[in-house]
Structures are given as structure tokens and as C-alpha cells.
Design a protein around this ligand. Structure first.
Ligand code: FES
Ligand code: MG
Length: 593
């Protein structure tokens, strides 16, 4: 990366607002109200960088709430480096609670943050992240606006425990739901055990979407090396908050901007790291979205090409056995990068927010615990990335291969005549309410070879896209020991789920995707060797079904509940294109416009 000349104080962006002799009236209006709580005239006009802090924590977003404390250290760092901190709120996003889904808020928070960063006197920004969508929303906005920006994750919660067993966020819920369905535990026990997984401040302690996306921020070079996975309550977390604030000021002087960091090579690095982490199936959606806003071509074929062959090195739930604390102590993201870089699988020349080459930043930071962060020669799974499946039902759908269990492999993928392929009768559900209402209906004839299909769960069908594709089998099958069936759908699934579903199918049923034409009783063939899924129904029959559906006005979806749901539905791109807003990626580097 070619370095730009250091800025001089009169080149600061904030000077237009705070020291603009051509518009004295405007300057006076901008300045006077900041003085009303004690900011001094000198702070605003003597050429100190003004550093925004996008505060994602609030009582509504408990995963990020300790940023309210952490930003005190960020501000200390900013002041020590000669900057002035201005904290402001990010639209709250809480993954578990937001109805109908937190995915509605990613693009809304993005839009809001773009307007703040563009419209206010900020020279740089610290982006506080944590819960799933807070991280991509911030990175998308940083790419669009392109003022110096640095990510500070809140870090995962401490490990959850029951006795001497680790209890992981989200992962335990999927487990307990099966125990409840099988009648092993009651509702009170369910709630008590679920709360074991959340012992402290911080985001999910598994390698769900939150840990994955904060690790992606670090792998992209947008946060300080080693910072993503420091547990929320650790003292190092507050220390790195200070360092992040300090660094934000220096980035302004160096004029080191997000689009200098978010290069094609950086995205390729992120894809490779994601596989080695056993990262969330939501990562391709969000990382593709960040790439679109950065003007970098990245699609699900890239994820398969670059990522599928990469081995699983992080022994962290849901793909592995440990949680965030062990992962951090074993060396965190730099230890994983170290292993991959040694094998020539990463670009070592990319520059991160620390202003250094990746290869220099992670030098000597190898794994400190080879059980938790594996050596390349001793992985948990040989090929851990995503397969990008295609066929006559969709253009793209992903399967996370790191979580294919030995049981699933034995039951579906070890037919000697036809390895890596299986066929089955499908049972179709239209959205998660339909699934819950009918899954235990014996009339459906679900057995150990059935393939469950979920549709109406994409970003238009269920505004924002529902995390519902990982469907559990009927209770009767679970009692017989069949704990999973192949699932396929146009929705997403939680990053904490250990299910190898075929998900994010695009285009979705609600926008005319052929998934709308499938009927219960059809047969489906899944061939992982060929990366193909085919509905085994002849073309004439498909054509007739299409005509009938068109005559009914297409696949139905529920009414909009809010203005934003309507706006987003009319503008949203499919999941394989990152569910960005159509046209938004045409805006780039807007800080200079
Ligand atoms: Fe917020 Fe998992 S629910 S991080
Ligand atoms: Mg989720």
C-alpha cells in the first residue's frame, strides 16, 4: 500500500465545520452548542482530530452493553493521542430479541451510520461492535463513507459452565430443545440451563455469528491484531480499548482509510480465516455485503474456491469443543492466521489498521495450545469451508461442511455406489409457523430419509430473512435417536447451530425462485461431489406448476408491519449478494463528496 503524506491540522475534515473563515456564521453555529456542555473552544479549533465513537451498546443490546464502560478507555486513548472524542448511538441490534428478525436492522443501522459519518464533523471513527449484525453494519458504513475507521469488539462472554461441562451460547439452546422435545427435561429446567451459557458481559462465547464477524473484522485488518476475541470482562479488553482510541487518532494523521485496507486480498484472507475458524453460515452474507460496499467483487463461488479446502483449526463450538476464553488464550485470530500464512494461504502483504503488513503484525504469534488452535497438519476437519450448491431450485445455496457430524455422514453420505450423494422424499414447510404447527403430524410420513424444506424465509418472504432452516425432526423420530435430517431452505440459520443445512438459497421463493414450486412428496437429489441439488420432477410438470403459481399472483408473503419493512423489501438484494440495498453500493468514499 502506498502511504499518503501525513495530514496537517488544517487538512482535517472537521475544519470545514469548526474553523471555516469563509463561513463564519456556519462555524459559529457548529461550535456554540458543543460548548454548552463544557467542550472548550480550543479543543474544537486548535487542529485536534475529532474522533467519533459509534456506541452500539444499550440496555436493548446486552451483548454490546459493556461498551458503555469500555468507551471510557477509548476516550482516554483518544485524548492521550491528542484527539477529541464524540460518542453517538448506533441503532440497537439484538440478535435474539428483535422481532421479526435482527437482520432487518443491519441495513437500517448501516444507513443511519452512513448519514452520521457523512454529515457530522468527524475526522475518524471507532466502531464498537459485538452482537451479530452490529459488526457488518459498521464495516459496511465504514466502506461507504471511507473516513479512517477502526473496529473495537466488545469480546465474547466468559465460558458458560454446568458443573465441569462447557455451556456455549446458542449451541446449548439447540441441544436443550431436543431434550425438551424428547421429554428429558421440563420448561423450568430448560430456562435454568439456558442461562448457564451467559455468565458475564459480552457477546456469544461460541463461534457463532458474533465471534465470527468480529474475527472477520480482524482478518480484514479493521481491528487491532489479537483484539477480536479477548473476553469482554478481561482487563486486556479495556487495555485494547485504550489502544484502539489512541490508534484512531494516528490513523487520521496517516490518512489511513477503510478502502486502503478492504482490498480484494483482504477479503480473500477473511474467507480463508473463516473456514479455519469453522465460522458462521451468516459470514458469507455479511462479508459479501461489506465487499460490495467496498467495491470488491466477491461471491459464493469465491467462498467455495478459496475456503472449502481449508482445514478446521479452531476447536471452538459449534464445530469444536471449546469456547471463547480458551480460544483467546490459545492465541486467538493471529494464531490461526499464523498457521495459514506459513502454508502460503494468506496474503501477508496487506495492511491493517495498525499500519503494518499482516506478516509483520502476526510474526511469532503461533498457537499457545495445540488442542484449541490446531496445527495445520492436525486439523479437526480436513475441508471446513462452505460448498456453494447449485441446480434447478436455486442459483446458490451454502452448506457448512465443518459441522457435518459422523452420524450425518454415515446416514447420508457413505453409500458406496454413490458417495457424497443422497436422494429423499421432501416435506415442505412455508415459514416457521407452518413448520411448528405441522412437524409432528404423522400424516406427513417423515422418516429417517426425509429431506425437510423451508421456504418463505428469505429476506423478502420473512422481512430480513429468518434463521429457521435448521429444523429439528419430529419428536417421535428424536425419541428413536434420529436427531437430525437434511434441511434445505431460502432462509438463514443461526451461526451457533451445528446443523449442516443447505441454506441461504437464492433466489428465494417470494421473489420467484423455483423453491416455490416444490411439493411435499417430490424427490430431491443432493450431490455434494458435484455441488448440485436437483428436484427430480420433469420439466412439463414444473412448467405447469409455474403457470398455476403465476395465476395465483406468485408466492405469497405476509403484509408489511412497519414502513422500514416495506422499504427494505422493495430494495433488498438476495442473500448470495449480501442482502444489501439495491443501489446503495454505488455510493463509495462519500466523505470526500
Ligand atoms: Fe448477541 Fe449472540 S445474541 S451475540
Ligand atoms: Mg443469529
Amino acid at each position: 500500500m502506498t502511504q499518503r503524506p501525513r495530514l496537517t491540522p488544517d487538512q482535517l475534515r472537521s475544519r470545514w465545520w469548526f474553523d471555516n473563515a469563509d463561513h463564519p456564521g456556519t462555524t459559529a453555529l457548529c461550535i456554540e452548542r458543543y460548548l454548552n456542555y463544557g467542550v472548550t473552544l480550543d479543543e474544537l479549533t486548535s487542529g485536534k482530530p475529532i474522533i467519533g465513537i459509534a456506541q452500539s451498546g444499550s440496555d436493548l443490546t446486552p451483548c454490546n452493553r459493556h461498551h458503555i464502560e469500555l468507551v471510557k478507555r477509548v476516550k482516554d486513548g483518544i485524548r492521550a493521542a491528542g484527539g477529541v472524542p464524540f460518542e453517538f448511538p448506533l441503532h440497537p441490534i439484538h440478535e435474539n430479541v428483535r422481532r421479526p428478525t435482527a437482520a432487518l436492522d443491519r441495513n437500517l443501522a448501516y444507513l443511519g451510520l452512513v448519514e452520521v459519518l457523512h454529515g457530522y464533523p468527524l475526522d475518524g471513527v471507532v466502531l464498537t461492535t459485538g452482537c451479530d449484525k452490529t459488526t457488518p453494519a459498521c464495516l459496511m458504513a465504514a466502506a461507504t463513507v471511507n473516513i479512517p475507521a477502526i473496529v473495537l469488539s466488545g469480546g465474547p462472554m466468559l465460558n458458560g459452565w454446568r458443573g465441569n461441562e462447557r455451556v456455549g451460547s446458542g449451541t446449548i439452546i439447540w441441544e436443550l430443545r431436543k431434550r425438551l422435545a424428547a421429554g428429558d427435561i421440563d420448561y423450568a429446567e430448560f430456562l435454568a440451563r439456558a442461562s448457564d451459557s451467559a455468565p458475564s458481559v459480552g457477546h456469544c462465547n461460541t463461534m457463532g455469528t458474533a465471534s465470527t464477524m468480529n474475527s472477520m473484522a480482524e482478518a480484514l485488518g479493521m481491528s487491532l491484531p489479537g483484539s477480536a476475541m479477548i473476553p469482554g470482562p478481561y482487563k486486556e479488553r479495556a487495555m485494547v480499548a485504550y489502544d484502539t482510541g489512541e490508534r484512531a487518532v494516528e490513523m487520521v494523521w496517516q490518512d489511513l482509510r477503510p478502502l486502503d485496507i478492504l482490498t480484494r486480498e483482504a477479503f480473500e484472507n477473511a474467507v480463508v480465516v473463516c473456514s479455519a475458524l469453522g465460522g458462521s453460515s451468516n459470514a458469507p452474507i455479511h462479508v459479501n455485503a461489506i465487499a460490495r460496499h467496498a467495491g470488491v467483487a466477491l461471491d459464493n463461488d469465491d467462498w467455495q474456491r478459496l475456503g472449502h479446502r481449508i482445514p478446521l483449526l479452531a476447536n471452538v463450538m459449534p464445530a469444536g469443543a471449546y469456547l471463547g476464553e480458551e480460544f483467546h488464550r490459545a492465541g486467538g485470530v493471529p494464531a490461526v492466521q499464523h498457521e495459514l500464512l506459513e502454508r502460503g494461504l494468506l496474503h501477508g502483504d496487506v495492511t491493517g489498521v495498525d499500519g503494518r503488513r499482516l506478516a509483520d503484525s502476526i510474526a511469532g504469534r503461533e498457537t499457545q495450545d495445540e488442542e484449541v488452535i490446531r496445527r495445520f497438519d492436525n486439523p479437526l476437519v480436513e475441508h471446513a469451508g462452505f460448498l456453494n450448491l447449485k441446480g434447478n431450485l436455486f442459483d446458490s445455496a451454502l452448506m457448512k461442511t465443518s459441522v457435518i457430524s459422523p452420524d450425518f455422514r454415515r446416514r447420508f453420505l457413505e453409500n458406496p455406489d454413490d458417495p457424497d450423494a443422497f436422494e429423499g422424499r421432501v416435506v415442505v414447510f412455508d415459514g416457521s409457523e407452518d413448520y411448528h404447527a405441522r412437524i409432528d403430524d404423522p400424516e406427513l410420513g417423515i422418516d429417517a430419509s426425509t429431506i425437510l424444506i423451508m421456504r418463505g424465509a428469505g429476506p423478502v418472504g420473512h422481512p430480513g430473512g429468518a434463521e429457521v432452516v435448521n429444523m429439528q425432526p419430529p419428536e417421535a423420530l428424536i425419541r428413536q435417536g434420529i436427531e437430525s435430517l437434511p434441511c434445505l431452505g431460502d432462509g438463514r440459520q443461526s451461526g451457533t447451530s451445528g446443523s449442516p443445512s443447505i441454506l441461504n438459497a437464492s433466489p428465494e421463493a417470494a421473489t420467484g425462485g423455483p423453491l416455490a414450486l416444490v411439493q411435499t412428496g417430490d424427490r430431491l437429489r443432493v450431490d455434494l461431489g458435484r455441488c448440485e441439488v436437483r428436484l427430480l420432477v420433469d420439466d412439463d410438470e414444473i412448467t405447469q406448476r409455474r403457470q398455476r403459481l403465476d395465476a395465483q399472483g406468485g408466492y405469497p408473503y405476509p403484509a408489511h408491519q412497519t414502513p422500514w419493512q416495506e422499504i427494505q423489501r422493495t430494495l433488498i438484494e438476495p442473500l448470495d449478494r449480501g442482502m444489501t440495498l439495491r443501489g446503495a453500493d454505488a455510493y463509495r468514499d462519500v466523505a470526500r463528496q
